[in-house]
Write a protein that binds this ligand. Structure first.
Ligand code: FAD
Length: 394
């Protein structure tokens, strides 16, 4: 039976909220988790292509964007990747490392979901439940929902961001923060494909390993040409740093020096055509496209002028695009922005102005790069906020 009085009410049963419940229950707290959808952890279920990339072996604050880049340091110290992986081992949740230190569930995201639900099953859960109001009176939070009134000493808000609207997302965290007089940074889509005015549709579906950069920020990963512009992990990563008007520079052959390669070939007795040489590094389609864009005929390498070699070198290593926008919340993996970290204790995620009120996960102005960093922040902030309930009883 659902009680009316709890030590802790958690609003939002995603990665951060369920982790907060799990953590608070370690101290036998009475915990109620409320979600407006029919099931918990729905983003985790589809994350990482169904295999949930839940953390990364290369973990540091450098992989996070926030108005306060130092904010996350304390959380990363308190909640360590190695400890969590040991916990996964103890509970037979199988995982494996993919490139760039990314840790995925070996079989399915369901494995980690089952672990989280199993460990949090001492909490009461209310699904398909709307929050009608949330108030604090005489140190007690009063939560009015579509299924009744509930009280608690603490409230953790873990309702995430607003990307992937078909999952029933809401602005609840930001609106509630404002209601309690807290500053928020507007949400914007991040980890999102970029739109080009004149997309390279002839290459749509083609992926290639690249170095993408905006100013000093760069990433090495696969870039995918699409009918609308650019996608793939390299694009998603750099998109979080992109603002309207920014130019993205792409090195299409980041581990080679095409000028050196051509100059060397020029001295060879072998008469090779430029397209044949390019095919050592690119697909035929991409080689055709580069020659077309640089207006260079498929001639013998020895016949290329210095100017043409420079053209090829510039195109391949310093290809630039000026996106006209991004693909919006429908296709953004996460949101940048959220509750201003200045309003929160970096050690507990409790708001400084309203004791007992916490914000965690994507609702907070901490956005991770692609590679397991967002679920990790959700887990870390949830675990820490849940753990902080030790001395609080109704
Ligand atoms: C397609 C996709 C793939 C992804 N893959 C990865 C990945 O592999 N690795 C990674 O690190 N990150 C990934 N992410 C990002 C990651 O899933 C999120 O950053 C993370 O789940 C955020 O956790 P959260 O608990 O803050 O919010 P969420 O997981 O979004 O949970 C919020 C919960 O709050 C509930 N809620 C919302 N509004 C209300 C309301 N008004 N009342 C009550 N309940 C409410 C929602 O129903 C939901 O259950 C991916 C995201 C997407 C969209």
């Amino acid at each position: 039976m659902i009680d009316k009085r709890y030590d802790l009410i958690i609003i939002g049963a995603g990665a951060s909220g369920i982790m907060a419940a799990l953590s608070a229950l370690k101290d036998s707290k009475r915990v109620l988790v409320i979600d407006n959808q029919e099931a918990p952890l729905r983003k985790v279920k589809i994350s990482g292509g169904g295999r949930c990339n839940f953390t990364n072996l290369d973990m540091s604050a450098d992989h996070y964007i926030s108005e306060n880049p130092h904010f996350i340091k304390s959380a990363l110290k308190q909640f360590r990747v190695s400890d969590f992986l040991e916990e996964m081992d103890r509970n037979n949740v199988q995982y494996h490392e993919r490139k760039l230190g990314q840790i995925f569930c070996k079989h399915s995201a369901t494995d980690i979901i089952n672990y989280l639900l199993d460990q949090s099953n001492g909490a009461d859960f209310l699904f398909n439940t709307d929050i009608r109001s949330l108030q604090k009176n005489s140190n007690i939070f009063e939560v009015e929902t579509s299924k009744g009134y509930f009280n608690s000493t603490s409230v953790i808000i873990s309702t995430g961001g607003i990307s992937f609207p078909n999952l029933g997302v809401s602005n609840f965290a930001v609106e509630t923060a404002k209601k309690f007089g807290l500053n928020v940074i507007d949400f914007t889509p991040a980890l999102v494909p970029l739109r080009l005015e004149n997309p390279y549709t002839e290459l749509a579906g083609t992926a290639l390993p690249c170095r993408v950069s905006i100013g000093k920020r760069f990433f090495y990963d696969d870039l995918l040409f699409t009918h609308k512009g650019l996608s793939g992990p390299a694009t998603l990563k750099i998109s979080s740093y992109w603002s309207k008007g920014d130019t993205v520079t792409i090195d299409l052959l980041p581990n080679e020096n095409i000028k050196q390669i051509i100059d060397q070939e020029k001295t060879s007795k072998l008469k090779q055509r430029i397209h044949a040489l390019m095919k050592n590094y690119f697909t035929s389609k991409v080689a055709n496209w580069i020659l077309y864009e640089t207006d260079i005929d498929n001639k013998n390498i020895q016949e290329l002028s210095n100017h043409q070699v420079d053209l090829l070198n510039n195109f391949i290593h310093f290809f630039t695009v000026k996106p006209v926008g991004n693909m919006g919340y429908d296709m953004a993996e996460i949101c940048k922005g959220g509750v201003d970290t200045k309003e929160l204790s970096s050690k507990t995620f409790e708001t400084i102005k309203v004791s007992g009120l916490y914000f965690i996960g994507e609702a907070v102005d901490v956005a991770g790069n692609l590679g397991g960093y967002n679920i990790w922040f959700a887990f870390a902030s949830g675990f820490i906020a849940g753990k902080c309930q030790t001395d609080k009883k109704l």
